[in-house]
Design a protein around this ligand. Structure first.
Ligand SMILES: NC(=O)c1ccc[n+]([C@@H]2O[C@H](COP(=O)([O-])OP(=O)(O)OC[C@H]3O[C@@H](n4cnc5c(N)ncnc54)[C@H](OP(=O)(O)O)[C@@H]3O)[C@@H](O)[C@H]2O)c1
Length: 307
């Protein structure tokens, strides 16, 4: 299979490309900077320049003749949401996906499938309610929820071109290589970690191995279309995640972190950790996807190198 990947140089992209290359697929990485991408990608991956995803379509030769496309690019979300940052977080995804579609429209032969990344932020803050893919998006004043609605709508237009579209609504990714845990671990290692903002909010966690597993599943399985929650089968509360971290690291995990402290540090972006949704992977389970790491403590052990 030949697969074009945007955002291939990122945290999720690198893990995906490693597995695609490992199983013998041909990978074309679309990147703003192919020179530096080379050192971050496995040998044999073809890095092609897409200099301005917000402003232009990607090079057609990356898409024409590819069997599938995985769309992962986007400005980092875990930064203070100034007006400029909000614009870049939104536009990189919404305009980047719109321009990817222009490329798909022109590509001949056209890829059969577009796996377009999405996020659990779609659902907004949901308390205890279990949310599957049929749930409505978060409210209109929720920046992330509205961004995800727009981002998914751009990707779905590929269906009009006869392309199967899978929207991978990904949760909070646990891995030793970075992501959410990189920020959480230092206080826990120092013995001053604990539940955030009361700890009752749900964390729709997922192991990086399953993010990659689900992306491959969506590429390969013709039944995978529309939105799919990419989250572990059993979401936990923030308090339960804190406890698991404490147990695995053998450190106390009882120091509460108040919401206002995070809001002072990170502004509105802190809502990403102070609120949450109890998302469940109904579609993946219906389709028979077998989770590689469904157990939280197992995932935390792997992600902290304590296994
Ligand atoms: N990590 C998570 O926990 C998580 C959870 C849910 C959803 N997601 C989503 O999954 C996608 C991949 O996540 P990730 O953690 O792998 O992201 P990442 O490490 O930040 O990588 C994203 C890639 O996108 C490109 N990029 C970054 N800023 C850009 C900009 N302003 N304009 C155009 N391209 C830009 C970069 O590629 P080049 O520099 O090579 O062009 C970068 O390597 C993102 O859309 C993210 O929102 C992530």
């Amino acid at each position: 299979m030949r697969v074009a990947v945007t955002g291939a140089t990122g945290f999720i992209g690198r893990a995906l490309v490693r597995e695609l290359a490992g199983r013998g697929d041909e990978v074309v990485a679309l990147t703003r900077d192919p020179e530096s991408a080379g050192s971050r990608l496995p040998a044999g991956v073809d890095a092609m320049r897409w200099a301005a995803p917000k402003a232009e379509a990607p090079p057609i030769e990356a898409l024409a003749g590819s069997d599938g496309v995985v769309n992962l690019l986007g400005e980092a979300i875990d930064q203070r949401w100034t007006d400029g940052a909000r614009r870049e977080i939104r536009d990189s995804r919404v305009l980047g996906t719109r321009n990817l579609l222009e490329g798909l429209r022109a590509a001949e032969p056209r890829p059969r499938v577009l796996v377009s990344q999405s996020a659990i932020g779609y659902y907004g803050a949901r308390g205890d309610e279990a949310v599957d893919e049929a749930a409505q998006p978060g409210p209109g004043d929720d920046f992330l929820a509205q961004l995800v609605v727009e981002w998914e709508a751009e990707a779905r237009r590929a269906e009009d071109l006869g392309v199967r579209v899978a929207l991978t609504r990904t949760g909070v990714v646990l891995s030793a290589d970075g992501g959410a845990l990189a920020r959480m671990l230092p206080p826990f290692k120092a013995g001053v970690g604990g539940p955030v903002a009361g700890g009752r909010q749900y964390v729709p966690w997922v192991d990086l191995d399953d993010v990659v597993g689900a992306l491959l599943f969506c590429l390969d399985d013709d039944r995978a279309g529309g939105p799919l929650n990419v989250t572990a089968p059993e979401p936990v509360t923030n308090k339960e995640l804190s406890k698991a971290l404490g147990r695995v690291l053998r450190r106390p995990a009882v120091m509460p972190v108040p919401a206002f402290a995070l809001r002072l540090l990170y502004g509105e972006m802190s809502s990403v950790v102070t609120t949450g949704a109890r998302a469940v992977p109904r579609r993946l389970q219906e389709l028979g996807y077998r989770f590689r790491r469904p157990d939280l403590e197992d995932s935390v052990r792997a992600a902290t190198g304590r296994n």
